[in-house]
Write a protein that binds this ligand. Sequence first.
Ligand code: PHE
Length: 470
Amino acid sequence: MEIKRENWGSRLGFVLAAAGSAVGLGNIWRFPYLTGENGGSAFILIYLVFVILIGISVMIAEFSLGRSTGLAAVGAIKTYSHRFTFVGAMGVISAFLIMGFYPVVGGWALAYILESVTGLYALSPEAIGDTFGNFITGATQPLIWMLVFLALNILIVAKGIKGGIEKAAKVLMPTLFILLIFISIRSLTLEGAGEGLSFLFRPDFSLVTGQTFLAALGQAFFSLSLGMGAMITYGSYLSKKETLPGNAVIVTVLDVGVALLAGIAMFPALFAFGMTPDQGPGLVFVVIPGVFAEMGGLGVLFGTIFFIALSVAALTSSISLMEVVVSYLIDQRDMQRKKAVYGTGVVMAIMSILASLSMGVFGPLPVLNVGVFDLFDILSDKVFLGLGGMFIAIVTGWVVNKETLRKELTNDGNKSFALFEVWHFLIKWIIPPAIFIVAIFGIIDIEETAVMLLGIAIVALLAIFSKKLH
Ligand code: PHE
């Protein structure tokens, strides 16, 4: 059955949407605090190597799976192999796991728009830190903002991919980029900023462990929106005229650029304020407002725009997560878009309520020893995305016919892709074992062993019962 598929409005529309999916809280909230916790530049170097050797190739693979079949994640993989249907199912589960905590942080960003105009930047860096701690551990405020964030997702995804997503991304992504440059300049000119730069750019490998590699790999996948079918789904909406490798490179460069810029905006200021880099998830909500506080009246203006732009960056990512589930329900379960969106939204709301309350109201879970927020985060980022990416590479390299791929990637021979053989070799021979090795070393090393084992058990069960999945 040939279904006419909705396409992106324009070339720029697709790049912005895919970059919108990639650039989000992963770059501005997550990348800097992981860098801080994992010792700085050595972590960044490993992350960059993974992005170049693994990330770009997996993105090209995802785009080709989606566009060649015209189907979203689950359908695309099923088209090529019933044996690997579980990989699509893993993608849907990953989308739920990430959307079990992402709206919580998205809600924090929204709340900080209001904080920006109600006196946050008149406080000392220490008081700004306390404000954040008090806010996220509360029972009602963070829940309300999280629900607002989720409601925005529901509104946009219910309208379909073209109307909402493209328009918002076109204006606010460039705004965010420019703002980060401004913040970086202010941050770099604070007294004592130099230490931050050497933290970012002078590698210290004595802090590197198996854990560091797993964290860097997870971050590469998370930040590029890979390993769970978001880029397969977006690729399925892409017109046959576009070149896939070129788009993958543009999206990757933008994504890495924003992450590095976020690091440059934060670490010089962090050291200038005399803080330690291991601030954890509060980093962006504490350090950046500290920089705005140094700007006088302009700080309020910049701060407000920054948190609006951060919220939109988060939204353009979270809608792509929601779209993975929704397009599965539409393509494979014949559901209507609206119904699929509302059902998905309710489940995500329940998960996010638990995650938000785990920041203060609930303690850690028994046996697993982590809170719900961390549980969703670790399962998605350290287990599902990496293994998902490994299986996507295996399907692409070993199941899909090589000539089909060559045709897809060169638009039937009309465009050139000089590195096709290199790409195919990486996808087939290098990437699957590389991810496997990183996963093994990471598991040996990680503190949250129980969570990792739970995740691997779920993946194993899915793989065993793959044939039973639709
Ligand atoms: N890449 C997004 C971010 O950095 C998160 C994301 C992960 C989106 C996986 C889609 C799929 O915030």
